[in-house]
Write a protein that binds this ligand. Structure first.
Ligand SMILES: [Zn+2]
Length: 418
């Protein structure tokens, strides 16, 4: 047999194998029949830590501002979930459920061995994600993220889960590697802005790599990392980060239209907002004054999670309530409040404290020298985030009942018609 014939035979076998291994793909996304819509590609882009009002400060000429008045887009203010932080926010966006249902209750939870564990594996999410839903409807799936943990957690049903340390060869070939982590402190804002540009170029590379209809998730980290370090917009560095993202998103939209003319939608939102902070609350010192025990706790900006036992719980709660800058302490017995906040779950600790505006929980006051922004609370600046729907079909979507990031799932399902 000639090499050419052998080649053909191998190609045929590969094609057969693909059809056999991927049976659900063929019927769901085959060529659209009469009256049927062409299959869509939907991209959900999370601007990490971007309050809705930040967009008002951007120059009127930026793409994100222009979208507010564009007839091919809709813009609305919606609410993040409590705690207003990264893990819970992404869990809510990508499952369409609150923490009490999806199990992503905060930054960490107490493992069976008594050690605190980060939510960084897909099995910590207790309900299917939009990636599972899209995959079973036959769509390609990809999560491309500036933050590794976000990507790991959402990698349960993705064809590609890409972050700076996990990059397929075809991305290296067309975009190159992510910015070198060793250089991130030379120019902190610039490095994080560059990382987000790499993420967006990688999304474009994916859209060019496959022309199949797909569901794509994106996390852009620089509004959050710059917001913590320099403060929320209008801080110069954080504004620069959003302007750079705005330019990158405009290019992404061009690539969507070039690769899938008329058959794409881009949803832009945020996992939580960001609030200017001035004063740190050293929660560990407060608790160390009460007990010699090593009480597990997570300091997550404006939200403090304390796994206090029954003996110490009352005393710790009282001390926190008397602390300057603490707005609220929620005890495990306050079922009504826990249900109202959608956090009644075995992973939620026995005590939660929430800070007032301008305050945050921090390990040591020294860190406040490098921290001007925080999130996690129920303040409007932490909770109110944008929802922007862009694309040829954007104006046909009814957003009247979409008021929370948990309802973005319904928008995706409307766009996919599934
Ligand atoms: Zn975040």
């Amino acid at each position: 047999m000639t090499i050419r014939k052998q080649h053909h035979r191998i190609l045929l076998l590969l094609l057969l194998a693909a059809i056999i291994v991927w049976p659900q793909a063929a019927p769901a996304i085959g060529a659209a029949g009469p009256g049927q819509q062409e299959p869509m590609t939907v991209v959900v882009c999370v601007l990490d830590g971007c309050p809705d009002h930040s967009l008002d400060y951007l120059p009127e000429t930026t793409y994100l501002r222009r979208l507010s008045v564009d007839e091919n887009s809709q813009h609305k203010t919606i609410e993040a979930v409590f705690p207003s932080s990264t893990a819970a926010g992404h869990g809510a966006i990508f499952t369409g459920t609150y923490p009490d249902e999806n199990g992503i209750t905060g930054k960490e939870y107490l493992g069976d061995d008594g050690e605190l564990v980060r939510f960084n594996t897909p099995d910590t999410t207790e309900v299917p994600t939009l990636f599972h839903i899209a995959r079973s409807a036959g769509y390609g799936t990809a999560m491309i993220s500036a933050k590794a943990n976000v990507c790991r957690r959402l990698s349960g049903a993705t064809d590609f889960a890409i972050w700076s340390d996990s990059v397929p060869d075809w991305v290296i070939a067309s975009v190159g590697p992510a910015p070198d982590e060793a250089t991130q402190y030379d120019n902190y804002a610039g490095w994080h802005i560059e990382l987000d540009q790499w993420v967006l170029r990688t999304v474009e590379a994916y859209l060019e790599y496959t022309d199949a209809p797909a569901f794509v998730g994106i996390n852009l980290g620089s509004p959050d990392t710059c917001g913590h370090r320099f403060g929320p917009v209008p801080a110069v560095e954080t504004t620069d980060a959003l302007c750079a993202i705005s330019d990158g998103l405009e290019k992404l939209v061009e690539t969507l239209e070039a690769t899938r003319p008329g058959r794409w939608s881009l949803i832009i939102t945020a996992d939580h907002g960001m609030t200017r902070v001035y004063t740190g609350i050293t929660a560990r010192d407060i608790i160390d004054d009460i007990t010699d025990k090593d009480v597990p706790m997570t300091l997550d900006g404006g939200a403090l999670y304390v796994w206090a036992d029954d003996e110490d719980r009352g005393k710790i709660a009282d001390a926190l309530r008397q602390t300057e800058g603490v707005a609220e302490v929620i005890d495990i017995d306050d079922k009504a409040r826990r249900e109202e906040l959608h956090i009644e779950h075995p992973r939620t600790p026995s005590l939660i404290a929430i800070s007032e505006r301008g305050y945050m929980f921090i390990e040591a006051l020294l860190f406040m020298d490098y921290t001007l922004g925080s999130h996690g609370t129920l303040l409007n600046t932490d909770l109110e985030v944008p929802l922007i729907v862009v694309g040829p079909k954007a104006d046909a979507i009814n957003l009247e009942n979409v008021n929370s990031i948990t309802e973005i799932r319904s928008v995706v399902e409307m766009l996919f018609d599934i």
